[in-house]
Design a protein around this ligand. Structure first.
Ligand code: SF4
Length: 562
């Protein structure tokens, strides 16, 4: 029986619960802020034995491939990742769109406008358009719950994967959610139509045609979707406003002032789907002189309006600077976009509250100094970077590429060791390229989990071409940056993997990342950098945060036994 009481959930948790209640059979993902909590929520239940299989995978590609296998067997699967993870998963995504999805397959992707913990601001809606699959974009925790459930039904109805797009503020803020009824899992029912799942050219051509044919039905679905809400009655039709995602909330927060200033609310359309509800857009803009588009992320809707609207109309949004082109939206930036004056400061000045003037004195709040992110005091990466820095200081012609993880912070003061940070696994490929280009000492710094995610293939390339480079694996026994998830394989396996791809045993070193070994570690690293072939140096010491969590868990277990 469903629990109808409201629950205070993060947007991520609401999406996870929506998937659970929709009859989820398996969930796979790779940790990445702001999506991590979706899987954490499911994992907690799985480990307690009260939820379906939930697992972290080596990377986002293997996560989506696993989900395709679940779908092939007729069951419902969820995949979770952050926006840049979708680049890694893009191969099975693009091809998965051509399959005849059997069990519902939903890809929950959390975008990070403002790049709070990401290397770019890409907008996952582009992937939905690129793959020609539907996308749902919730604007509240309740919608995250409802749309996660709906997405599975949609996936089975149109037999395509469905994207559920979240953004940072929604993922990481909490609000009340009223859960709906719970559905059981699908029965095991393997897909029978082999041509649907065998993308040989003859089949793929037919499947692609079928995907194209689905687009008209998807457009009809979008037109009817209740979350695509058109408001024109009694509105000032000269101005049209289109919102999506949290942009809709910020718009409504400012609506009272907008009405007070203009005498009437503008015509408004909130869009929550891809495909876009083109008919509603035309209806919204009929007779309008201008339309303002307020959307979180890139100018995805805005760029498409020209192709949808027949009449000449002034389109304003991110492209002309009406709305901030980069970073997150917030109530103030939306206010500015709507032509409203900034809200009076609560620190000094006055407000009218129910007709009465209330004045405030400026509070003497000192400006807090900025706190750039830093490696924790005592972090093992500090000792590893000291050794790398010392070794590199006595080498000529050096390049130091690095990767994504806590150790990226070594790129900032006071260490400033890595010279590049691009994407998961890139450090090794780039070190190989730098070495091929003539840099004598190419060093690649990569974490244990990132190495398993997508560093291994770069090392295979280096071994295959006997490239002189040194891969420095910082093994802190955890995926620290996203909250200390367990790496996909235990750290002890790293040695076998490195030797297995062909690194010579004499050129695989395992060192302890401690300050007292600085001179010794730097000397050994320097010697490996001089070696004219691929070498690997593993610096080992557990992350302090992981150590703290592990000890706490052990204490709790011990207390439970007593
Ligand atoms: S969380 Fe762990 S790995 Fe990250 S900076 Fe802190 S100690 Fe280092």
């Amino acid at each position: 029986m469903a629990d109808r009481q409201s629950l205070a959930l993060l947007g991520d948790e609401a999406a996870a619960l929506g998937a659970l209640h929709a009859g989820l059979s398996a969930a796979y993902g790779y940790p990445g802020t702001p999506s991590t909590e979706i899987m954490e929520f499911l994992l907690e239940r799985y480990e307690r034995g009260s939820g379906p299989r939930a697992q972290w995978t080596s990377n986002e590609k293997t996560a989506l491939e696993g989900a395709l296998g679940v779908s092939f067997a007729g069951k419902r699967a969820l995949v979770t990742m952050k926006h840049v993870g979708l680049n890694v998963a893009s191969d099975p995504l693009m091809n998965g769109a051509l399959l005849g999805i059997q069990g519902g397959l939903v890809i929950a992707v959390a975008d990070d406008p403002g790049m709070h913990s990401s290397q770019n601001e890409q907008d996952s809606r582009h992937y939905a358009a690129f793959a020609m699959i539907p996308c749902l974009e919730p604007r509240s925790q309740q919608e995250a719950y409802d749309m996660a459930g709906e997405a599975f039904a949609l996936s089975e109805r149109f037999r395509v994967p469905v994207l559920l797009r979240l953004t940072t503020r929604l993922s990481h803020s909490r609000a009340a959610v009223i859960p709906g009824p719970e559905r059981g899992e699908n029965p095991l029912s393997k897909a029978e139509e082999r041509e649907k799942w065998m993308l040989l050219p003859a089949h793929a051509r037919r499947n692609y045609l079928s995907l194209i044919e689905k687009q008209a039905a998807l457009e009809d679905w979008a037109l009817e979707h209740p979350a695509n809400r058109l408001e024109t009655e009694g509105r000032d039709r000269g101005l049209a406003v289109i919102t999506s995602g949290l942009g809709g909330n910020y718009y409504e927060e400012n609506l009272g002032d907008l009405i007070a200033g203009r005498g009437a609310a503008p015509a408004h359309l909130h869009i929550a789907t891809w495909p876009l509800p083109q008919g509603l857009i035309r209806e919204l803009c009929a007779g309008a002189e201008q339309v303002i588009v307020i959307e979180e992320g890139q100018p995805f809707i805005e760029e498409r309006l020209r192709g949808i609207l027949r009449q000449h109309i002034l389109i304003r949004g991110k492209l002309d600077g009406t709305v901030n082109r980069t970073g997150e939206l917030d109530p103030e930036t939306v206010r500015r976009a709507l032509g409203l004056a900034p809200r009076p400061s609560l620190l000094a000045g006055g407000l009218t509250v129910e007709g009465a003037e209330v004045t405030f004195k400026a509070l003497d709040i000192p400006r807090l100094p900025g706190r750039p992110p830093q490696l924790c005091q005592g972090c093992p990466h500090r000792d590893s970077y000291d050794a790398v820095k010392k070794a590199a200081s006595s080498l000529d012609s050096v390049s130091i590429t690095a990767d994504i993880g806590c150790y990226s912070l070594g790129g900032m003061a006071p260490y400033e060791v890595p010279e590049t940070i691009v994407c998961m696994g890139a450090s090794i490929g780039m070190a190989k390229g730098a070495s091929d280009a003539g840099i004598r000492h190419a060093l690649a710094v990569i974490g244990d989990s990132t190495f398993l995610h997508s560093g291994i293939t770069g090392l295979i390339d280096a071994v295959a071409s006997r490239t002189p480079l040194t891969v420095i694996i910082l093994d802190n026994s955890t995926v620290a940056m996203t909250g200390c998830q367990e790496p996909i394989l235990p750290p002890a396996k790293l040695r076998d993997i490195v030797l297995g791809v062909g690194v010579e045993p004499a050129h695989l070193l395992e060192l302890e990342a401690r300050g007292q070994f600085l001179e010794e570690n730097a000397a050994k690293l320097r010697a490996e950098a001089e070696y004219r072939g691929p070498s690997v140096v593993i610096f080992r010491r557990e992350c302090l945060e992981s150590l703290r969590k592990r000890k706490k868990k052990e204490r709790t277990k011990k207390a439970e036994r007593v």
